[in-house]
Design a protein around this ligand. Structure first.
Ligand SMILES: Cc1cc2nc3c(=O)[nH]c(=O)nc-3n(C[C@H](O)[C@H](O)[C@H](O)COP(=O)(O)O)c2cc1C
Length: 171
């Protein structure tokens, strides 16, 4: 099965997860930023496509690429500021899957938490007043603190298990 890992990453979290996934795929499997995609991905049986969550869906660069993937199998992976068990994380995966071409369903999805750029946190806190759902609160501070240590080794292992499971299922 010919596979490729492609990712979009602003601050490096998703790139690290992409590299962890690639490390358990056959030697020589490419891991490519969506900024440097080969023009033709049609020869790949399986594409692992990674994005960072932006406003509850895949970031724009990834959305544009997802819409062009007509490969037999697409697996989605992502990082987000929220922990994976939160509904927002699950909804973000569903929203991203909806960016795939009509009739294409992902063979699997994976999401883990990723640290949020402190400059973005500061900007959000300035932009939204306390009490607003995006404004500063004890819960939000705690979530950012929790996210600051992700993705970690456990996340990388979980991403690798996700990838291995897909390979086994499709073989
Ligand atoms: C502009 C912006 C919007 C974001 N929106 C969300 C969001 O809606 N939900 C969420 O859980 N995380 C959100 N995040 C957090 C990122 O998804 C998270 O930090 C991710 O790990 C960044 O990945 P990267 O390092 O690969 O760029 C946002 C981050 C930025 C910069």
């Amino acid at each position: 099965m010919k596979s490729i890992v492609i990712y979009s990453s602003l601050t490096g979290n998703t790139k690290e997860v992409a590299e962890a996934i690639t490390s358990v795929l056959p030697v020589g499997t490419s891991c490519v930023s969506m900024k440097e995609l080969p023009t033709d991905l049609s020869s790949y049986d399986l594409v692992f496509a990674g994005f960072w969550v932006d406003k509850g869906t895949a970031n724009k660069e990834a959305r544009d690429v997802l819409g062009t993937l007509h490969n037999p199998h697409i697996a989605l992976f992502a990082t987000a500021g929220v922990p994976p068990q939160m509904a927002h994380a699950k909804e973000s995966l569903v929203n991203a899957a909806n960016c795939l071409p009509d009739g294409v369903d992902p063979v699997g999805t994976f999401i883990c938490q990723g640290k949020v750029d402190p400059k973005v946190i500061e900007m959000m806190y300035k932009m939204f007043p306390k009490g607003h759902s995006h404004g500063q609160s004890a819960d939000r501070d705690a979530r950012h603190k929790q996210a600051a240590v992700h993705p970690n080794e456990e996340d990388f292992k979980a991403a690798q298990e996700f990838a291995k499971d897909i390979i086994i299922r499709l073989s």
